[in-house]
Design a protein around this ligand. Structure first.
Ligand code: FE
Length: 199
């Protein structure tokens, strides 16, 4: 039986997480503790996402809690929605394997949890996975990166050259053309044109 540090669990109640399963991973903000005995969490995952399919298939998941040391490259690498047919861990060196044999992220994170899926609820665009924690470790004491912290401190500020251009509100990507196509998808974070604004 792997260690479960209950003090680490407060970190799951807010913030941003890398959800990983098999070779897929994506960034989510929808993990939270449900019950203490048994120790369960809920994780809502967009169905249009390779990590969703991986969790559904292997019934195991890891949650790595992003800290204020997380770099923008880390956000870019794991993205807010993961693309299909991409092994997110092949070229990535800030990783380790937990006792459930899934990867967790060792840099820019302060805790991780491993869990077994015990139930899943179809919620339209998302599946809500209910999972029982099998391992929970605090890795370091750096505060968790909230969405607010990410926007103020991690996301790059648009520079002068971006003035008057369409900029992705999520990741800061600058679209070089004049008119943003309505079906445009941000190449960095995969968010749609509706998440762009004029800088
Ligand atoms: Fe973006």
């Amino acid at each position: 039986m792997a260690e479960i540090n209950k003090n680490s669990l407060f970190k799951i109640s807010y913030g941003l997480f890398v959800l990983s399963s098999e070779n897929s991973a994506c960034i989510i903000n929808t993990a939270m503790q449900i019950t203490d005995t048994p120790l369960t969490i809920s994780v809502a995952v967009n169905k249009n996402n390779a990590t969703h399919d991986a969790v559904k298939k292997c019934k195991k998941l890891n949650i790595s809690v992003l800290s204020e040391k997380a770099t923008f490259d880390l956000f870019k690498h794991f993205g807010f929605q993961s693309s299909r047919d991409v092994d997110k861990f092949a070229e990535f060196d800030g990783k380790a394997v937990s006792e459930n044999e899934l990867y967790y992220i060792t840099k820019g994170t302060n805790a991780f949890y491993s869990a077994n899926v015990i139930n899943e609820i179809d919620c339209g665009t998302h599946t809500l996975f209910i999972a029982e924690i099998t391992e929970a470790l605090e890795l370091e004491s750096t505060p968790s990166a909230t969405y607010d912290y990410y926007h103020k401190n991690i996301k790059p500020k648009p520079d002068q050259k971006a003035q008057g251009k369409w900029v992705c509100k999520i990741c800061g990507y600058v679209y070089e053309g004049d008119e943003l196509p309505a079906d445009f998808i941000c190449p960095w974070c995969q968010h749609p044109a509706s998440d762009f604004e004029k800088a």
